[in-house]
Ligand binder design. Structure first.
Ligand code: SAM
Length: 564
């Protein structure tokens, strides 16, 4: 057997495995939704055809010829994604380990995330520009993919665009959302918080420019979204049955009337199916054979294994302020390698924790070198801590304002625009709740409990008559805010956030505080929610309703969730 034959054999095997993967995932989704999916089952059977070597070669040949005549191949259009991938994985790892990356790198990482949607999912720039945090929060996992629906689709007047990210792509967007976006978010008072925020602190407005900047950074000729969408359409036209074409066109979100009429209802399985189908263009494309070499795949796998092992390592040896990094013997006994990689990472994390701890001690006045030295020595730290000089240099005066006169808070109350929060549906009897879309420090004000101010006695009367277990009352001392009437008269077009905050006795992270807010037209009693601990992104906001199991509807009700 010649080496070329062996190589061919391996290539065909890989293609066959890829096809099986595609087919299995389709089958899986189809079997769950069998009643609705007869059409997809038919589609499955037609998908079998390209496996035949002859058919596959014929398809590839035609496609190849067509590229020569006019279009760049999909492989060429995706070049920037391959070229920058190594860098992006490097940045991804750094973000996860809380390592510093420069502002330029953060922007580049954002370009990459945008490019995932534009180049790998063939979406229009308007989808990237309109993508909101609440749409990200509503993402749904289906069949191994993360399905996202974007409704603010400016450029094409579409109802909604849906795309299904694979695990790696979703992880990249998640890293951007958790570690980069919060730094750039400004209290912009935007109606809807956008997912992609530029370094100026405002939502991005030109995703196609970002895409061309990503190409320019890697010194590659630009690929526009129109171009890659045309290529995908051509492939769809060549490879797909009529039915598959509809699915693909649906995914590409045609803006014309026919498409709108045809593709009204979008479902999770439909998006996943389309994404698998479109992914199949790439996988079965002859010229994309080198997309990710086996070496590159191995490197990616190793990196993923490393990340998984590091989190196992940190679970086994949690990073504490005063602990010692695990010795070689302890590491080996716990089943980790004797190398120093995780040991070093553990130390980096402890160093950062200690720095944060020291800085948090000096809330009012700047510390002196002697004072920090004394504190370090009191903590008993001998090594792996920042120097007193570092802490003095990093200290920043606290930003102090009285809440009652804080113009930002006053404005937010009046407009009912609070940033860093979104409503999430938890389903079941719990219903909706509020989650953080940016981190909040202990002591910060998140939002108010907007509603009608009544006395606590009046509130009690209302509470005793509640029959549906849904209570929108907030008691603070002798005051009560009644937010049952929705929408309120002053904000008829708004879903106010405070009334959506759920209860927790044991894990409350905010508490209601009564403030006499100084508005230009006089003082008003307002109930504000203040963080009683640091709050992370994605964390649900909860406060202790301060009511007991039998508070609702008098003695008749006995609600277990009030004990949570
Ligand atoms: C102020 S509303 C909170 C928003 C509400 N979940 C919704 O969907 O509109 C209070 C109601 O939410 C529900 N709720 C609040 N906290 C809950 C919890 N921890 N578990 C289950 N249901 C809860 C109860 O029905 C309660 O009467």
């Amino acid at each position: 057997m010649t080496s070329a034959t062996i190589l061919n054999y391996i290539k065909n095997m890989i293609r066959f495995i890829q096809f099986l993967k595609l087919e299995l995932s389709l089958k899986d989704s189809a079997s769950i939704y069998l009643p609705k999916c007869q059409a997809y089952m038919d589609l499955l059977s037609t998908l079998r055809k390209p496996v035949s070597k002859q058919h596959s070669q014929a398809v590839c040949k035609t496609r190849y010829d067509r590229y020569v005549e006019g279009q760049r191949s999909l492989h060429e259009c995706h070049k920037v994604m391959r070229v920058c991938k190594k860098d992006m994985f490097g940045l991804f790892a750094k973000l996860l380990e809380h390592k510093q990356i420069s502002r330029e790198e953060k922007t580049l990482f954002r370009y990459y995330c945008e490019a995932i949607i534009l180049l790998k999912h063939y979406q229009r720039p308007g989808v990237v520009e309109g993508f909101t945090v609440s749409e990200w929060m509503k993402r749904k996992s289906h069949d191994g993919k993360m399905v996202i629906g974007v409704s603010q689709h400016k450029t094409a007047n579409m109802q909604i665009a849906t795309f299904a990210l694979n695990t790696e792509q979703a992880a990249m967007l998640d890293a951007y959302y958790h570690y980069i976006r919060p730094e750039f978010v400004k209290e912009s008072g935007e109606e809807e918080e956008h997912f992609f925020i530029g370094s100026h602190g405002r939502p991005i407005t030109c995703a196609s420019q970002d895409l061309s900047r990503l190409h320019a950074h890697y010194k590659l000729p630009n690929v526009t979204t129109q171009e890659i969408r045309r290529v995908a359409e051509t492939l769809g036209g060549q490879m797909c049955t009529e039915e598959q074409k509809t699915t693909v066109a649906h995914y590409l979100a045609h803006s014309n009337v026919v498409a709108e009429g045809k593709y009204r209802s979008r479902t999770l399985e439909e998006a996943v199916l389309a994404s698998n189908l479109i992914g199949g263009f790439e996988n079965s494309s002859e010229d994309s054979g080198g997309e990710i070499s086996s070496q590159e795949e191995k490197r990616q796998r190793d990196e993923e294994d490393d990340k998984e092992d590091l989190s196992k390592f940190l679970k086994y040896f949690p990073v504490t302020l005063d602990g010692q990094p695990p010795s070689k013997k302890q590491r080996v006994q716990a089943g980790f390698s004797e190398g120093r990689v995780f040991y070093d990472k553990w130390r980096v994390l402890q160093y950062a924790k200690r720095e944060e701890h020291l800085l948090s001690k000096y809330t009012r006045n700047p510390p002196t070198i002697q004072r920090v030295r004394k504190d370090i020595s009191k903590d008993g730290w001998k090594a792996n801590h920042p120097s007193p000089e570092d802490i003095v240099a990093k200290w920043q005066p606290p930003k102090r304002k009285t809440v009652e006169r804080d113009p930002k808070i006053l404005n937010n109350i009046q407009k009912q625009k609070w940033s860093g929060l979104t409503i999430k549906d938890f389903g079941g009897t719990k219903g909706e709740g509020v989650v953080a879309t940016k981190p909040f420090l202990k002591g910060s004000i998140l939002c108010d409990y907007h509603g009608r101010i009544i006395t606590a006695a009046e509130g009690q009367e209302i509470q005793d008559t509640i029959e549906d277990n849904k209570c929108y009352l907030c008691f603070v001392k002798d005051l009560c805010i009644d937010a049952k009437t929705f929408p309120c008269e002053c904000h008829p077009d708004k879903e106010t956030l405070g009334r959506k905050i759920n209860h927790s006795k044991k894990n409350a992270n905010v508490k209601p505080v009564h403030s006499k807010m100084q508005f230009p037209d006089g003082t008003k009693d307002i109930i504000l929610f203040k963080a009683i601990k640091d709050i992370c992104i994605d964390e649900e906001i909860k406060f202790d309703y301060g009511v007991h199991r039998k508070s609702y509807g008098g003695e008749g009700q006995d609600l277990e969730w009030l004990d949570d």
